[in-house]
Design a protein around this ligand. Structure first.
Ligand code: ADP
Length: 485
């Protein structure tokens, strides 16, 4: 089968979060299963820098009309990697910039135009480079592909037998724009209704994708259920309930080629379930990088790596910060994002030097060091579609403390000391008390060296590779293609 991926992020070209990891890892896994896979991405400045030499053109110019002007996009041939063909949509005035979605002050106001053009460029390019059986589109940035396919492109004989699958990586980001976007992107006004793209008088990219795609997926079983409720549905729950029969939860895999403490080039030492000694050197290395060298061995290190966003539960961390400061525990945090959380972490570290340390930036090497060098990994998310860091933590023998939501609930099992089963610590309700109780259970378990080692090994033995999810996606593609056959 030929599958075209369209997304705004993909490792190693462009990344702000877990979406990039998925779009980087799933296509090669599908290629291994014998499928033909092409991935389309915008040609951001960062992608341009990654291409050796002059970009090679696959399509010289595609005309994309808007309401009173045209734009022209070229398709750059990104070549074949691990059996996957990459194409980049090149429209310098829209994509040749370092940021993917916006500057610190906010999103680019013309994101409707950037990702509206992206959707049509992918469809037009596919007609020249190969129409797939299925377009697999990701998040709001690619969600207009199924909308165009079933509206203004519905009579196109080259495209009308292609199935569509939309994966929701995070329902909190939907792409809301003014009503006139309908006209600017050359849609007929009859798509701007409550049962299609309109939502509270905005033009909603994601909602369009939810309405027009053949199959919807999201990245864990629990999140697939949660988003059908008002608490997690981000005001799209009724649309998702209406499509419940076509909505699947497929847990993300992780790429163990990049996330394995036995081979990870970012670490000071390597280790495995059979020989854990290297983890001590990783902890010492981490503490050195964060300036906490004098920490006694008996004090557990709690690590965090995250976008600093409200979704991640930092208001709960803020509430327990004074209590944590009194416990025998050290905290290291790596992240960046909303200024209020950056300030919270800076202040917390300032007042508790030698015990709490933060690095405010995006740093992949350091992310690996935090996973390896910490004893406990904290993810108290308000919601978490899948979450990758807790899965990395399992592999790195770093015990996760998580809120029982989305993929965190699907992947972490509460430690049971009597039966020595389980992989971490979980709490249900979104409250500081519940979080503190889970952290305290972890701190109470830590001094029992033998029990803790078993807990680490339980997690390290879990396998969340891409083999199983790739097969689940394969079944979904077959279903989507069959609907159009
Ligand atoms: P989300 O996609 O919501 O940000 P995930 O847990 O699914 O959350 O994925 C986050 C990914 O981004 C992980 O691979 C994580 O290591 C990485 N990451 C997040 N923040 C940083 C940072 N400050 N530095 C390096 N990597 C980061």
């Amino acid at each position: 089968m030929h599958i075209v991926f369209a997304a705004s992020e993909c490792v190693p070209f462009a990344k702000t979060g877990g979406l990039a990891d998925v779009v980087g890892a799933l296509p090669p896994e599908l290629a291994k299963l014998g499928h033909k896979v092409s991935v389309y991405l915008p040609f951001y400045a960062g992608v341009r820098r990654r291409i050796a030499g002059e970009p090679r053109c696959a399509v010289r110019s595609i005309t994309i009309p808007f309401d009173y002007y045209n734009r022209f996009a070229a398709i750059v041939d990104g070549g074949l990697r691990d059996g996957v063909q990459y194409y980049f949509v090149d429209c310098p005035e829209l994509f040749d910039r370092d940021e993917l979605y916006g500057l610190k002050g906010g999103e680019f106001p013309n994101n409707w135009e950037r990702f509206g053009l992206f959707a049509r460029a992918v469809l037009e390019a596919a007609k020249q480079l190969g129409v797939p059986e299925v377009f697999h589109v990701h998040d709001w940035q690619a969600a207009l592909i199924p909308v165009y396919l079933r509206t203004t492109y519905s009579a196109d004989p080259a495209l009308n037998r292609a199935g569509t699958v939309l994966t929701i990586h995070n329902a909190g980001y939907q792409g809301w724009f003014p009503p006139q976007t309908t006209q600017r992107l050359l849609f007929p006004w009859d798509v701007f209704t409550m049962d299609k793209l309109e939502q509270f008088d905005t033009f909603n990219f994601l909602k369009g994708g939810l309405v027009y795609s053949d199959i919807l997926t999201t990245v864990s079983r629990r999140y697939a259920l949660e988003i059908q409720t008002p608490e997690f549905g981000e005001k799209l729950d009724s649309v998702l309930r209406a499509r419940a029969a076509d909505l699947r939860g497929i847990l993300n895999g992780v790429d163990y080629a990049h996330w394995d403490p036995a081979t990870d080039p970012s670490l000071a030492a390597h280790y495995s379930p059979e020989n854990l000694t290297g983890k001590t050197a990783c902890r010492a290395d981490l503490l050195r990088v964060f300036g906490l060298e004098n920490l006694p061995d008996t004090t557990p290190v709690v690590g965090m790596v995250s976008r600093f966003a409200a979704q991640k539960g930092f208001d709960l961390v803020e509430q327990i910060a004074p209590i944590l400061a009194e416990r025998d525990v050290a905290v290291v945090a790596l992240g960046s994002g909303e200024p209020r959380y950056e300030k919270f972490f800076r202040d917390w570290a300032y007042w508790h030097k030698g015990k709490v340390a933060v690095q405010i930036r995006y740093d992949e090497v350091l992310a690996h060091k935090v996973e390896a060098g910490s004893d406990i990994f904290l993810m108290p998310s308000r919601y978490e579609p899948c979450g990758l860091n807790q899965i990395y933590s399992l592999k790195y023998g770093t015990v996760p403390v998580v809120r029982a939501t989305g993929g965190l609930d699907d992947t972490i099992e509460e430690w049971n000391p009597a039966q020595t089963s389980g992989t971490g610590f979980k709490f249900e309700g979104y409250s500081a008390d519940a979080l503190m109780a889970a952290v305290d259970r972890a701190l109470a378990a830590f001094p029992d060296k033998q029990g803790w080692r078993q807990l680490m090994r339980n997690g390290m033995a879990r396998h969340y590779g891409w083999e199983k999810p790739a097969k689940e996606y394969e079944a979904v593609y077959a279903e989507a293609a069959a609907r159009r056959a």
